[in-house]
Design a protein around this ligand. Structure first.
Ligand code: ADE
Ligand code: ZN
Length: 328
């Protein structure tokens, strides 16, 4: 058996970013929207750098216009994840792209997504939970609206708030109000930090947003005292190695800091971020890590236990997923 055959827990997956290009092309065709500019000649998504990636991402997302579109996306994404052996996926969902940040509309989109996810759990065995995502470059005011959507739907399925978007825009602390609202509603918290921002962005996230996980966080490696703090406080990193290499943070997988962070005692997990954009899958991430660092089955089993412990789901769900991980 290869390590990529193991059952997997994924904690960091952008829902729209998981849409296969052919899925987006089909919706564009049905809705008569010209999206040819975002595709390369081979049909994959085409972008030059991180900010351009975010623009292409939002252009692709523009064809997702109704709850029914999101129901179809849910099925496509969960089929692909299940094919990759993922048994539990925490996915970033944006009310901004599901009704423009308005609570009543968001509820309708969420209903369609959940219903499809429940069916997929029954027939594919994959468990999905949602993390509501403010988009950082839409600004703090819009983030409050998004956080209100999150607070109004918080429960056993919407389990967290996690900010994505352009880390170059504003400061983590500008979004403290949105994160406070979510915390008061009982949601667990994460934010992208230390991806395109440096170690200070990770420090700001911990201090100003009081998050318990960090999306990426890999640039903490540039600050040994911060690495020690992450290890001591057991702050889990949602590391997306393939994404980081494609977006140019590191030239290749052996240069990626995930192994050094892990060896320093930081809880690290592995996810795909936006798999078709970065030509990756969970299987491929495992294979690339095994090749780059010589990681073996035990390393990946431990990685999944770390991810399961850091998952934002309730304890019943965690116990159910644990049994799925044990069925190797
Ligand atoms: N949104 C989708 N993918 C992202 C990433 N890698 N960083 C920040 N925001 C994102
Ligand atoms: Zn991300």
């Amino acid at each position: 058996m290869s390590v990529s055959d193991l059952p997997k827990v994924e904690l960091h997956l952008h829902f729209e970013g998981a849409a296969p290009p052919e899925f987006i092309r089909q919706l564009a065709f049905e809705k008569k929207i010209d999206l040819s500019r975002i595709f390369a000649p081979d049909g994959s998504y085409a972008f030059e750098n991180f900010v351009h990636f975010l623009q292409v991402y939002e252009a692709a997302t523009s064809v997702l216009q109704t709850p029914e579109d999101f129901a179809r996306l849910t099925r496509a994404v969960l089929e692909e994840s299940a094919t990759n052996g993922v048994v539990y996926t925490e996915t970033f969902l944006s009310p901004d792209f599901c009704g423009g940040g308005e609570v009543a509309a968001w509820r309708e989109y969420l209903h369609a997504i959940r219903e499809t996810a429940d069916r997929a759990e029954a027939d594919l065995g994959i468990v999905m939970r949602g993390i509501v995502t403010p988009v950082r470059h839409f600004g703090p005011q819009q983030a409050r609206r998004t956080a209100l959507c999150a607070a109004e739907t918080a429960g056993d399925w919407i389990v967290g708030l996690g900010m994505g978007g352009d880390e170059g825009k504003g400061k983590q602390g500008d979004f403290a109000y949105a994160f406070d609202m979510a915390r008061e509603a009982g949601l667990r918290l994460t934010t992208h930090a230390g991806e395109f921002g440096g170690p200070d962005s990770v420090r700001d996230a911990i201090r100003d947003l009081r998050v318990e996980r960090i999306g990426h966080g890999v640039r903490a490696i540039e600050d040994p005292a911060l690495v020690e703090e992450l290890a001591a406080r057991k702050i889990t990193l949602e590391v997306c190695p393939g994404s980081n290499v494609v977006l140019g943070l590191y030239p290749d997988m052996p240069s990626h800091p995930i192994a050094r962070l892990r060896d320093a005692g930081v809880p690290v997990t592995v996810s795909t971020d936006d798999p078709p954009f970065f030509h990756t899958t969970m299987r491929r991430e495992y294979d690339m890590l095994a090749a780059a660092f010589g990681w073996e089955e035990d390393d990946f089993l431990a990685l999944n236990q770390t991810a399961l412990a850091a998952a934002f789901c309730d304890e019943d769900t965690r116990a159910r997923v644990k049994t799925k991980l044990e069925k190797t």
